[in-house]
Design a protein around this ligand. Structure first.
Ligand code: HEM
Length: 498
């Protein structure tokens, strides 16, 4: 009896603390349940739909609860620029999700790290991208190699009489090949896809677990949840997944170590090589406790692969779907490509002339609205937003997804209309509300690469091929929401234009 009363007392204290102290200090939002917060809402409704509905009810700032953790979400574009951009340092932290302790190699890498570890490694990664040719012709050539390989493969299939294409698989391996050549230095073969399938499985699982409701709910207290039904199975899958990707990355790094000349002055040709050389240089100089450890390397590779593959391949898949569903857009793109390109390969030099193609890419990114809930940030000092005092260490995010569908910025937001990004003279322009890569200090590190890929693949695929539906197999365009939003499985017909 005594024990029961103590438990009841503790529960009462918890509830008072939860509802009357913690909750009151933050902007209002949907009613959370004790322990699981608002995650119960995601069981039947996709997370982005829930957040949109709550935003319509509570306005441009609100609080939602992921299990026991409150997340403040901000939805107004100007407020986002005034906070996440103008006061960037205050929002540059990351939610220190406990789950990273078993789901990934801790709070390391590029996406989930903070402080000097994050800053130095982000700077290093951007430097490696530049050294590998981003912003110069060299990276364009890497990307074009894979775009041309895809074009050649598709032409061969058309000649062989193929009438139905599972084109997502082809986009997927092309983009996988680019990020693999940047991280590990080799491309994938279409004849033997085993290697790609293995790496892709790891990336898919990372995104899947990251978006899982069970994961979100047990996050803060996984050491207890892991013994409960349902949670137990997910916990085991995640532990097995970690072993699998550690073996995979370990193998890649070991192969590099075997072949590398750490003293050579030659420019590295991939990320692992650049990292190992940099690590060696710091060790040789006697720099103690530098942020370029082996664990950090694994974690950064995982982040680059996961963030750099699925995102871009899925956006391109949506682009193909939208131009099939909007044949007049396909025709306008192709008229522009006929005028400026003809049957040659389009390059970055052509970008300035291809206003309608640029607008189509931008609109595909906006409408596909890839990231249903942005990666949570953390305030690094007390801030005030729209009259709400937000204490230091609050988990917070700029909800890109509601901005991209906001009728204030994009009237008729659910329709595909590239013209919205053309001015009176037909020139492409990108308004500040178009922020698929987010903004501020934690904005997407791969934005430059992704933009290059999206432009070169879109321009060249639309120039070379006409895309359509396969008779009797309509494309539903249904949105499958997980860590990112992918289209339901689809097939298409393709005919050569030149
Ligand atoms: C269409 C493609 C892509 C989209 C829409 C996209 C979107 C995003 C978004 C919304 C974030 C979170 C920003 C925030 O926290 O506010 C992010 C972060 C990140 N992205 Fe991307 N991304 C794409 C492609 C890529 C590529 C190609 C790479 C790498 C090669 C990449 C690497 C990263 C990394 C490392 C971060 C974490 C940055 C940090 O925390 O400092 N992304 N991305």
């Amino acid at each position: 009896m005594g024990l029961f009363l103590v438990a009841l007392g503790l529960l009462a204290i918890y509830l008072v603390h939860f509802y009357f102290i913690r909750r009151r200090q933050l902007p209002p939002g949907p009613f959370p349940l004790p322990f699981i917060g608002n995650t119960y809402s995601f069981a039947h409704t996709p997370i982005d739909t829930c957040v949109q509905k709550w935003k319509d009810e509570y306005g441009d700032i609100m609080t939602i609860w992921m299990g026991h953790t409150p997340i403040v979400t901000v939805h107004d574009s100007k407020v986002i620029y005034d906070t996440f951009v103008k006061d960037g340092d205050a929002y540059a932290g990351r939610a220190q999700q406990r789950w990273n302790e078993i789901f990934r190699p801790g709070h390391t890498g590029l996406i989930f790290s903070e402080g000097p570890l994050w800053r130095d490694n982000r700077r290093f990664a951007l430097q490696v991208f530049r050294n590998l040719g981003l912003g110069r012709n060299i990276m364009q050539e890497r990307v074009l190699d894979d775009a041309i390989a895809l074009i050649d493969y598709t032409k061969k299939e058309i000649k062989a009489g193929t009438t139905e294409f599972n084109f997502f698989d082809e986009l997927d391996i092309s983009i996988g090949s680019i990020i693999n050549s940047i991280t590990f230095g080799y491309r994938f073969s279409r004849d033997d896809r085993t290697e790609f399938i293995k790496a892709k499985k790891i990336a898919v699982q990372q995104v899947k677990f990251g978006g899982s409701i069970l994961y979100r709910t047990m996050e803060e207290h996984y050491e207890y949840f892991r013994y409960l039904p349902f949670f137990k199975g997910t916990y085991k899958q995640i532990v097995d997944h970690k072993t699998e990707f550690t073996d995979f990355l370990g193998g890649q790094v070991a192969t590099h170590r075997k072949n590398i000349d750490l003293e050579s002055d030659e420019e590295p040709t991939d990320y692992v090589e650049a990292y190992l050389k940099h690590q060696h240089k710091l060790d040789k100089e006697g720099v103690k406790d530098h942020p370029f450890s082996e664990t950090q390397l694994y974690s950064a590779l995982l982040d680059l692969w996961v963030a750099g593959q699925e995102t871009t391949a899925t956006t391109l898949a949506w682009m193909v779907i939208y131009i099939i569903q909007n044949p007049e857009v396909q025709k306008k793109c192709q008229a522009e490509l006929d005028e400026f390109i003809g049957d040659r390969i389009a390059t970055l030099d052509d970008k300035v002339n291809l206003n309608y193609v640029n607008a189509t890419v931008a609109e595909a990114q906006r409408l596909c609205n890839l990231v249903p809930i942005n990666v949570p940030h953390r305030t690094l000092r007390d801030v005030e937003i729209m009259g709400h005092k937000i204490p230091k260490h609050t988990v917070i995010l700029n909800q890109v997804s509601t901005v991209l569908y906001d009728e204030r910025y994009f009237p008729g937001a659910k329709t595909f209309k590239p013209e919205r990004f053309l001015d009176d003279k037909g020139k492409f322009y990108a308004p500040p509300e178009l922020m698929p890569f987010s903004v501020g200090k934690r904005a997407c590190l791969g934005e430059g690469l992704a933009r290059l890929e999206l432009f070169l693949f879109t321009a060249n695929l639309l120039n070379q091929f006409k895309f359509g539906e396969v008779p009797g197999k309509p494309i539903t365009g249904e949105r499958m929401v997980a860590g990112t939003t992918a289209p339901a499985p689809w097939v298409c017909s393709i005919t050569a234009r030149h």
